[in-house]
Write a protein of this length. Structure first.
Length: 70
């Protein structure tokens, strides 16, 4: 999925926070993103995977945190 396709899909769903992540990655303002494996970033699995792939291509390290209770 191209950046333009991602932007269109995110705007259509009103996912402004995710748009901010993409803008930060584009501007080199993000080094890593920490996620819980069971939650991911978005409910839409296909869009989630596309956003994560885009972020990784921009040099953002995706870190999957453990899900232990503390």
């Amino acid at each position: 999925m191209t950046r333009e396709e991602l932007v269109q899909a995110l705007e259509a769903k009103g996912l402004d926070e995710v748009m901010e992540l993409i803008e930060e990655a584009d501007n080199g303002e993000m080094d890593e993103l920490e996620l819980l494996p069971s939650l991911g970033l978005l409910q839409d699995r296909q869009l989630n995977d596309a956003v994560l792939q885009y972020l990784e291509a921009k040099g953002v390290a995706i870190i999957y945190a453990g899900e232990t209770d503390e």
